[in-house]
Design a protein. Structure first.
Length: 95
């Protein structure tokens, strides 16, 4: 679906860091959903927070064991999957 690690550079304070794996069209859809859909925005922010927590744990900043890191990764993947569903719905509605 091209969500990769869902990050896009925005002028409104959303993180420029992280990997970008989105086409221009997906980037536009994500921007639209962030602006118009509170649940998508919540998922996006949750995904970003989980990514930061995982990074901190894997670099030794936060003391978490492998089980806890695995749980964070599963939660991050779930948020990503839910965002992908929002994008798919948006595409169907705007086809």
């Amino acid at each position: 679906m091209g969500l990769g690690d869902v990050w896009c550079e925005r002028d409104d304070g959303y993180p420029p860091g992280g990997e970008v794996d989105m086409s221009d069209n997906e980037d536009r859809i994500v921007d639209e959903l962030l602006d118009s859909n509170l649940e998508f925005r919540r998922l996006f922010e949750q995904h970003r927070t989980l990514d930061e927590q995982i990074h901190d744990a894997e670099t030794g900043v936060a003391p978490l064991d492998n089980v806890a890191i695995g749980t964070l990764k599963k939660r991050k993947l779930l948020a990503k999957d839910q965002m992908a569903a929002f994008i798919a719905d948006y595409r169907r509605e705007h086809a």
